[in-house]
Design a protein around this ligand. Sequence first.
Ligand SMILES: C[S@@+](CC[C@H](N)C(=O)[O-])C[C@H]1O[C@@H](n2cnc3c(N)ncnc32)[C@H](O)[C@@H]1O
Length: 203
Amino acid sequence: MLDRPLAAVYDRISADQERRWLGDARRRLLADLRGDVLEIGAGTGANFQYYPPQARVTAIEPSPNFSKRAETKLAGAQAAVELRQADAQHLPFDDNAFDAAVATLVFCTIPDPMAALAEVRRVTKPGAPLLLIEHVRAQSSVHRFLLNLWGPCHKTLFVGCRLNRDTEANVRSAGFQVEEVRQLALEMGMVPVILIRATNAGG
Ligand SMILES: C[S@@+](CC[C@H](N)C(=O)[O-])C[C@H]1O[C@@H](n2cnc3c(N)ncnc32)[C@H](O)[C@@H]1O
């Protein structure tokens, strides 16, 4: 599998970022969750330690290489976390099954983000929060141009990760009501990482 080397080094290459700001951002994002929570693209399970005990988490991850590493984090979770192999574009859950959904650094990589957002909308209850941390396309056209040059290498190295997604616009057009958008960091001086709090608008 192409993602095997990335899964093997993922925690090491993110360690500095986690220490500087990402760990804290994860903790704050997840602190108030309760009920049945769906996490999409759990990766190595970096969020597991931050779920509060009142949440019951179903975490999906399509890659067996990432899942293997996420399994090692289950024991450190305060919440009940179940890990399942699944693709966000075809979620194996009933309509309205979840009280909330979470994804961190995932919508950059899902091949069809609109299909995944439609699935998240289907499986979450009307009014359910959707909590995201995502890197998104650069604000200036010069930065976008530079990142488009680097984009193909980045996509290969980081197994499908795109640097030019407009996830806020995608979330809005998928029928979520966006309550908060905040920039958390500017990586490499040009890649914004944002927090999005939205709710399933229902209907
Ligand atoms: C950059 S990692 C982020 C992992 C983790 N969420 C985190 O915050 O560290 C992106 C993850 O998205 C997963 N992913 C890619 N395509 C996916 C899909 N179609 N459905 C669900 N997850 C997907 C990858 O396997 C990988 O684990």
